[in-house]
Design a protein around this ligand. Structure first.
Ligand SMILES: [Zn+2]
Length: 345
């Protein structure tokens, strides 16, 4: 009997040795393996932000990534003012990239010309161009920062590939029932990125579809028709600590032909004409809602959510927190009440 127990204990220890991620034995084993030149899969960080980088080592940009906006004079204090167009040109539409963005692609810049290592200025050898994608980590407010890369057929979805589900991501400022769209910083057609939280911001249909999409399509078309690469940068721009970006700054320049085929530097406005957006909370007040007459709403004094009286949430609310008010929607929003995500008042 004691012999059987001993065998069972040895088997348990052996299983522990094989399976436990943090067992001291496994760590010791990994250390030995590493010294022998093996790298265990677990030691490769899952958060490795770069994909497919073979280019020269470059220091990572600081978290925040606002170097991109700074390089273009686009500080959040002097954001362009929306005057009816989907976008405005920045820096006379001439692209500006921080050093690391082109250096990671293997490009050397002098003035506004690129070259690859060992070539003349303005001459890019396609074999020395390194495609990559980089997504910054979210900032301390949970907000997306700049995404950039050297895009090409290598970073694009395979032919016939289908877009994945992105509904699991709730970007900063995402408020239910406010018609927000999950807006890719680098389009799926360029990056094949689906539910990547570093690549999705809270955006209006107006910005996503009418503002950004034409530039994304132009870029996709350029890559498909030439096989060339495009240095690309897309950065949400926030005002102060707000959670919804005021707009997205997009910069692109074709690589092999030094910007001949494709070149832009624009800022798309995250607005809906006529609607009022609270960029701190993500609550949108449409023109129609803003001019509505006062009506009866049921408010929850504790959670500060307001409902139509017919909503189940209004009916099941505890009497203690419940109050019926006759107000306009705008008055409630101004008093920091949030529309219910279910009845969407
Ligand atoms: Zn409700």
């Amino acid at each position: 009997m004691p012999a059987l127990l001993l065998i069972i204990m040895i088997l348990i220890l052996w299983a522990y040795f094989l399976m436990a991620d943090n067992s001291p034995i496994k760590r010791a084993r990994d250390a030995i393996m590493e010294r022998l030149g093996y790298v265990s899969e677990e030691t490769i960080s899952e958060n490795e932000p770069l994909t497919d980088v073979k280019g020269p080592e470059v220091t990572e940009p600081g978290a925040g990534g606002s170097k991109t906006a700074d390089a273009n004079g686009l500080a959040s204090k002097n954001l362009p003012k929306y005057e009816g167009n989907h976008y405005v040109e920045i820096n006379d539409n001439k692209p500006v990239f921080p050093d690391e963005v082109y250096a990671k692609a293997g490009l050397i810049q002098e003035g506004d010309k690129w070259k690859t290592d060992g070539n003349l200025l303005g001459t890019v050898n396609p074999d020395k161009v390194y495609p990559y994608e980089f997504y910054n980590p979210l900032d301390k407010h949970g907000r997306c920062q700049a995404a950039y890369g050297c895009l090409g057929r290598e970073t694009m979805p395979e032919e016939g590939a289908e877009r994945g589900d992105i509904s699991s991501i709730h970007p900063s400022g995402w408020a239910k029932g406010q018609s927000w769209e999950r807006c890719h910083l680098i389009a799926w057609s360029l990056s094949a990125e689906n539910a990547n939280e570093g690549n999705l911001v809270t955006g209006t249909h107006y910005m996503n579809y009418d503002g950004m999409r034409p530039f994304e399509e132009e870029t996709t078309h350029y890559i498909w028709s030439t096989g060339n690469h495009v240095l690309y940068m897309s950065e949400p721009v926030y005002s102060g600590n707000e959670l919804v970006p005021r707009g997205v700054h997009m910069v692109a320049r074709s690589v092999e032909d030094n910007g001949e085929g494709l070149s832009f530097n624009i800022y798309c406005f995250n607005v809906t004409p006529g609607a009022e957006i609270d960029y701190k909370t993500g609550i949108v007040t449409t023109e129609e809602q803003a001019t509505q007459d006062a009506r009866v709403y049921v408010v929850n004094k504790k959670s500060r959510v307001f409902h139509y009286p017919s909503c189940d949430g209004a009916k099941s609310m505890s009497e203690w927190n419940r109050e019926e008010v006759t107000m306009t929607r705008s008055q409630l929003v101004a008093q920091n009440y949030t529309p219910c995500g279910s009845c969407e008042p």
